[in-house]
Design a protein around this ligand. Structure first.
Ligand SMILES: Nc1ncnc2c1ncn2[C@@H]1O[C@H](COP(=O)(O)OP(=O)(O)OP(=O)(O)O)[C@@H](O)[C@H]1O
Ligand SMILES: [Mg+2]
Length: 230
């Protein structure tokens, strides 16, 4: 991906989340957004996804078709897993119902979720629901997948299976931007880490530098807190 943000300002009323934000990413494949709560990770992801508009400044992104996966509970509760994947294909992407079903069945097979095809979300574990949500995003054949804390609502045992799926997609060449508190995952998967804090991006670099001795004090303080019990 190539992503360029220039002089971006974003406020909610009195609260300004980003003040003259600048970012230039060229030929990056996977980006982790990390930072303290309430500092703007979700806002930045939503700006990149065109779900939010900036007050001023510009965003230029060479990825048009974005698939988005949120924390949890974004499946339609009254539809089965299969129908959840089929619906956006037929309604938004104008795929014939038969073809959409075929695609959905193949995707569920590929990710070893076939046995859940006819279950509704309430009959699935959090990890299964989240993997179905990822299948739904993948089904539309996006240029990039955007994840906002895809595992933060999950029990630890389900977290790994969702992260494995994301890693698998990345391994197949899918580009990703993800907000995460899973430091080990970010370290393994991200070829760029952005630390979102203090009205902007206060670190932009590779994982070895983010987790290394030369990281800014602000990053070290943050990592000291989140890695305390790891
Ligand atoms: N729609 C909104 N209206 C008003 N304020 C908002 C809105 N969305 C976010 N905010 C505020 O903007 C700031 C940044 O929020 P954001 O959700 O981007 O943070 P975050 O880094 O994703 O936090 P978390 O780690 O808790 O998810 C927060 O102070 C939040 O309260
Ligand atoms: Mg958030």
């Amino acid at each position: 991906m190539n992503l360029n943000i220039e002089n971006l300002n974003k406020c909610y009323g009195e609260l300004c989340v980003f003040n003259q934000l600048n970012l230039d990413l060229k030929d990056v494949k996977s980006v982790a957004l990390i930072g303290p709560s309430g500092e703007g990770k979700t806002t930045l992801l939503r700006l990149i996804a065109d779900l939010e508009t900036a007050d001023s400044g510009s965003i230029s992104f060479n990825r048009n078709h974005k698939g988005m996966v949120f924390q949890l509970q974004n499946l339609f509760p009254h539809l089965t897993a299969l129908q959840n994947i089929v619906l956006p294909l037929t309604k938004v992407h104008n795929v014939e119902k038969k073809d959409a079903e075929q695609q959905a069945i193949q995707l569920l097979q590929r990710f070893k979720l076939s046995e859940h095809a006819n279950k509704k979300p309430a009959q699935l574990s959090g990890g299964q629901q989240q993997r179905i949500a990822i299948c739904r995003a993948v089904a539309t054949n996006p240029d990039i997948l955007l994840f906002d804390e895809p595992t933060s609502a999950l029990d630890p045992e389900y977290t790994a299976e969702v992260l494995d799926l994301i890693a698998e997609l990345r391994g197949e060449g899918m580009e990703i931007i993800f907000v995460t508190h899973e430091m080990g995952f970010a370290r393994q998967i991200a070829d760029r880490i952005l630390f979102v804090a203090d009205g902007g991006i206060s670190f932009n670099g590779i994982a070895d530098d983010f987790f290394g001795e030369a990281a800014p004090q602000r990053v070290k303080d943050f990592l000291g807190k989140v890695l305390k019990y790891n």
